[in-house]
Design a protein around this ligand. Structure first.
Ligand SMILES: *Cc1c(COP(=O)(O)O)cnc(C)c1O
Length: 413
């Protein structure tokens, strides 16, 4: 016992799968370039190691929501172009300009960015964002001309340089809906207006992951892809493999208790589940404190070769699976200490299975895994196939990955 250091609960991040996905998206987007969106700690995958791997695989840009997220990438020594687009009047625009971040501007931010540029005596690089119909960020169409003329004035003064125009799509995950056509038309008009106002629009960008797959007419110069680089599908009727993607994250833990119970045993708070027959229960030591959605009762867990359902309420630290057979505890089949995989590649359940059980989307399942769960980055060095290569963010120093971390491995030393 104890020869292999195996994290008791971890998300493994397969950076080779991520590189594959970035390469695939590059091929699809070509000749447009790829911005790897690494906001929210790279959708829970660890921003710094993901950003590095994405750049190695040919992403030309990185995208983040907050200036602070971009600054964190710069502090890690990443020099690639980074765009940050979600600000408040309390955002640190000086840090943004000082760190050479490109800044997305929808309106009021322009004066803050200009003030920062003046303070630093360094021009700010700006992408103007038009709201073509999403109804969130972005300049309303009727205020676009005014924003353009203010931007041109500042550009003439030398305090900003406008390099891009962008917008964000509302329904691209449902390719048959007509709203995307209208957004595309408005986007083209906004770009034309910017050019007429005297702006040299080097970089036009509109597409997210779904539009990168389904709408080549939205590719323009750059596609901003998040979900796809993590190997997940944005479409309800297509999975990762259908799109040529490999899921990057595997969430696993170890069965912590195994117990024989009679028929009629109530399980977990509220006794929302009672056993139908005498059976064996397995206790899985992750819960909503680890980011497992509390409502996901019924979601699948892989142990050995088989999938078992979560039964009863999910608690803060633990959940229960019904192993379906009595008499396992004292047998050679005892699952105590075996690996339990909530989702991942290979034979493991898909992230989408957990999303369905939790009435949410795959984006949320991976992003919400909490900091209590160790991130183990595999294949940090692209050429190095060994497991002992954990990195950076979220990995306690000294942790080492299992030699073979493939989903479904059930024996631990
Ligand atoms: C999050 C985000 C993206 C990435 O969306 P995906 O669907 O994950 O590809 C692109 N652009 C903007 C503005 C975003 O906020």
């Amino acid at each position: 016992m104890g020869r292999v250091t195996f994290p008791e609960r971890s998300v493994e991040i397969d950076l080779d799968a991520l590189r594959h996905n970035v390469g695939h998206l590059r091929d699809i987007a070509h000749p447009a370039r790829v911005m790897a969106v690494v906001k929210a700690d790279a959708y829970g995958h660890g921003a710094v190691p993901v950003a590095r791997a994405a750049l190695e695989a040919g992403a030309a840009w990185l995208g983040v929501a907050h200036i602070s997220e971009g600054v964190e990438l710069r502090r890690a020594g990443i020099e690639a172009p980074i765009l940050s687009w979600l600000h408040t009047p309390h955002s640190d625009f000086v840090a943004g300009v000082e760190n050479g971040l490109d800044l997305g501007i929808s309106g009021w931010e322009l004066d803050h960015v200009v003030a920062a540029a003046r303070e630093l005596e360094r021009p700010a690089i700006v992408h103007l964002k038009i709201d073509t119909g999403l109804g969130r960020n972005g300049c309303p169409a009727e205020k676009w001309d005014e924003l353009l003329s203010r931007a041109v004035g500042y550009q003439d003064e030398g305090v900003i340089r406008v390099v891009g125009v962008f917008s964000h799509l509302a329904v691209a995950d449902e390719p048959t809906r007509p709203e995307t056509d209208r957004q595309l038309e408005l986007f083209r008009e906004a770009v034309a207006a910017a050019e007429n106002a005297g702006i040299d629009v080097e970089i036009r960008h509109l597409a997210n992951t779904p539009a990168t797959f389904s709408r080549p007419d939205c590719h323009f110069d750059l596609v901003r892809v998040g979900l796809g680089i993590y190997g997940l599908s944005p479409f309800a009727d297509q999975g990762s493999a259908d799109l040529g993607l490999k899921p990057v994250m595997t969430f696993s833990t170890v069965i912590s208790t195994c117990k024989e119970v009679p028929k009629g045993q109530g399980v977990s708070y509220g006794h929302a589940y009672r056993t139908q027959e005498a059976t064996t229960l397995g206790l899985i030591p992750v819960g909503y404190g680890d980011g497992v959605p509390r409502i996901a009762t019924g979601a699948p867990v892989l142990v050995g070769e088989r999938i078992y359902p979560v039964v009863g309420r999910i608690a803060m630290d633990q959940l229960v699976i019904d192993l379906g057979t009595p008499g396992l505890v004292d047998s050679s089949e005892s699952p105590l200490g075996k690996r339990a995989v909530l989702f991942g590649g290979g034979r493991a359940p898909a992230v989408e299975d957990w999303a369905a059980a939790a009435q949410t989307i795959n984006y949320e399942i991976v992003t919400r895994i909490s900091g209590r769960v160790e991130r183990v980055h595999l294949h940090v060095d692209g050429a190095d196939d060994a497991g002992n290569d954990t990195a950076g963010i979220g990995s306690p120093s000294g942790a080492s990955a299992p030699d073979d971390a493939g989903a479904g491995d059930d024996e631990l030393a």
